[in-house]
Design a protein around this ligand. Structure first.
Ligand code: FRU
Length: 501
């Protein structure tokens, strides 16, 4: 039907039917990547949460599976994570079968309705068929509510150095770390996010969906620990977004790196994505890239309008899987991101142009050459000289999606004000989204992933990322650039068709 044609993404995961939010429990085992997700299969708005499930051999093409976890008497199944218990520390494995253990939050609606505090508790489930079917543990909950209203989203990982499981969860305005030998018995280790009278990081709203993981610093033998914390609201362009902290984890406590802390204290916040539509992302367990980096995906929406976006059959998509890199620059450590290499295998027809002189507006490519609903673009400007430029995707209906760079204030931006259907929410397109450029390099480059309803921008080797969704009245047909300066040169534009099903 029309909605499928126009809005069902070509290569970003969506459930066939119903509501979806956060990615949950991602892990890799025996050739398969698993993605679970917050799901309400019986409605297209947020409702009683289940864990939906999809599998992939490459993190690119996903196949939906039967629902993994259903809500029960203890509550809705909120966000959480999964690990491969290779040594059967939990004892759930039988007959040599490696158990997969999921930990999730029970959100109890009865307690919520009665205005109780202890609405949320942590529980586990195990799978003895590599993540396809699950049995909830009879001893649930494994962590009772300690008197904190928002107490959720446990993220598990194996800490090799201390030979124990570490779990981090969100507790309203901080995160709490727990440790365990068997995934059933947990002890509180420490917390992070608040010190006496001081709040660390952004606290525009409640903290959610944390993640703690080590990443090697590019080009060195050093490893640093990254703490992801989603916050809603409080994002750099409004609503939901994910901040991060860099430091060390000694098996008990997370301590911010001194340089990182200095930059943070100067008022700079660290965001994994400055666009409005990348939330609650966490990493895959039991797998790293060949450089030792982690992979992650986020939910490509924002609580400001997620329930209102103009699709009926399903609601929301995931970002593409991205690789996380850690870079040391002059003043601090920073994260950089790129789409997983596996996407390259799907690159088909290619279009390439070099040394494009632009003065005013210039059409670069049209849809006879490239279908913009499934495309990967690379561009580079070898000497930016603070020139402003705007890329534009447009159609005959007059819809246009604008994005680019503003040399006056050194910011990247996305403007979806005229991108098609926008009236479903006051906050969807009332302002451009902006991100201060992080790189100071003369050369400005970017990778752009386009699908029917999303754009993912990786500027300067992924130092500044922006992800946003849009709903045009018809597919975009023209890709053009506009500049104000006289002698602007786009040194390279390369576009690949992505043949992903
Ligand atoms: C984040 C979140 C989580 C929670 C889930 C409920 O988007 O609010 O904190 O577990 O969604 O669906």
């Amino acid at each position: 039907d029309a909605e499928e044609e126009l809005y069902r993404p070509n290569y970003h995961f969506t459930p066939k039917v119903g509501w979806m939010n956060d990615p949950n429990g991602m892990f890799h085992y025996n050739g398969y990547y698993h993605l679970y997700y917050q799901h309400y299969p019986d409605g297209n708005k947020w409702g009683p949460m289940h864990w939906g499930h999809a599998i992939s051999t490459d993190m690119v093409e996903w196949k939906e599976q039967p629902i993994a976890l259903y809500p029960d008497d203890l509550g809705y199944i909120f966000s959480g994570s999964a690990v491969v218990d290779l040594k059967n520390t939990s004892g759930f494995g039988t007959g040599g079968q490696v158990p997969i253990i999921a930990m999730f939050t029970y959100h109890n609606m009865e307690i919520e309705k009665a205005n109780g505090i202890d609405v949320e508790s942590q529980a586990i489930a195990y799978s003895l068929d590599e993540g396809l079917t699950w049995t909830k543990y009879s001893g649930n909950p494994v962590i009772k509510n300690p008197g904190i209203r928002d107490f959720r989203d446990p993220k598990l990982s194996w800490n090799e150095e201390h030979k124990k499981w570490v779990m981090v969860l969100a507790a309203q305005d901080k995160v709490m770390f727990y440790g365990s030998k068997d995934l059933k018995n947990w002890e509180l280790l420490s917390d992070f996010g608040k010190e006496l009278n001081r709040e660390i990081g952004t606290h525009g709203g409640v903290w959610e969906c944390p993640d703690l993981f080590p990443v090697p610093v590019e080009g060195t033998d050093e490893t640093k620990w990254v703490l992801y914390v989603s916050v809603n609201p409080g994002g750099p362009n409004g609503g939901s977004a994910t901040q991060y902290f860099i430091g060390d984890f000694d098996g008990t406590k997370f301590t911010m790196d001194k340089d990182f802390e200095t930059v943070l204290n100067k008022g700079q916040n660290f965001w994994i994505d400055f666009g409005k539509d990348n939330y609650a992302g966490v990493t895959f367990s039991n797998v790293t890239s060949k450089n030792g980096g982690k992979f992650y995906m986020g939910w490509m929406s924002n609580w400001e309008y997620a329930n209102e976006v103009p699709t009926e059959t399903w609601r929301s998509a995931m970002t593409v899987a991205r690789e996380i890199k850690l870079i040391k620059d002059a003043d601090s450590y920073r994260l950089a991101f790129k789409p997983v290499d596996e996407i390259d295998a799907y690159k088909g027809a290619k279009y390439k142009k070099e040394n494009i002189a632009v003065n005013g507006e210039l059409v670069l490519i049209n849809s006879e050459k490239i279908n913009f609903s499934r495309a990967a673009m690379n561009f580079n400007i070898s000497d930016i000289k603070k020139d402003s430029f705007t890329f534009k995707l447009s159609n005959k209906q007059g819809d246009e999606l604008l994005f680019g760079y503003n040399g006056i204030d050194d910011t990247f931006y996305i403007d979806r004000n005229k991108s098609g259907k926008t009236g479903f929410s006051d906050t969807f397109s009332n302002k451009k989204s902006v991100a201060k450029r992080i790189s100071g390099s003369k050369m400005l480059s970017g990778t752009i992933l386009l699908d029917k309803t999303s754009i993912e921008l990786f500027f300067d080797e992924g130092s500044t990322v922006m992800t946003e969704i849009f709903f045009p009245n018809a597919p975009f047909e023209t890709f053009s650039i506009e500049t104000v300066n006289q002698d602007f040169v786009l040194d390279l534009l390369e576009v690949n068709q992505l043949n992903i099903n």
